[in-house]
Design a protein around this ligand. Structure first.
Ligand code: SF4
Length: 145
């Protein structure tokens, strides 16, 4: 059976910044082995926590030191996002997962789009920090929500 790393918040786990889950797709994925992960919780953020966005680029730019991740009140949490991405990749390696199903729009897990860093709800094309690290390391990414 194929092993997928999956964003916890789409498996019904209440790990989002607002203390809620986004969806529960466990039934839809019942024919796979799913390993739930939340990069932000792995980094040590509390739940609930302040909303964060990437400012100045996307996850690849954060990894390359060209963009930062900020909270809505302006605190720089870039290093924590990088830590969460690295820990999530480590779990991928431990469980030998080659694929991930991630929640779009998140500054960690975004697959096609993220918010633009203005905290105004505006979306731009780009990936989250964990997604970027996964792609750099050959993990295939799927978006189902
Ligand atoms: S999108 Fe990713 S980082 Fe955000 S709550 Fe879900 S699993 Fe955690």
């Amino acid at each position: 059976m194929k092993i997928f790393i999956v964003s916890s918040c789409i498996l019904g786990l209440e790990c989002r910044y607002d203390g809620k889950a986004f969806a529960d797709l466990s039934d839809k994925l019942k024919d796979c082995i799913t390993i739930p992960v939340c990069p932000e919780q792995l980094a040590g953020f509390p739940t609930p926590r302040e909303k964060c966005e990437i400012v100045g680029g996307d996850g690849f730019d954060v990894i390359n030191g060209k963009a930062r991740v900020l909270t809505e009140s302006g605190k720089d949490v870039t290093e924590l996002f990088l830590k969460g991405a690295k820990m999530t990749l480590k779990i991928c390696r431990i469980v030998k997962a080659s694929d991930a199903i991630l929640k779009d729009l998140s500054p960690s897990c975004g697959v096609k789009s993220i918010y633009d860093g203005s905290f105004s709800g505006k979306r731009v094309k780009g990936v989250g920090v964990t997604t970027a690290l996964f792609l750099k390391n050959g993990i295939k990414i799927r978006k189902i929500i």
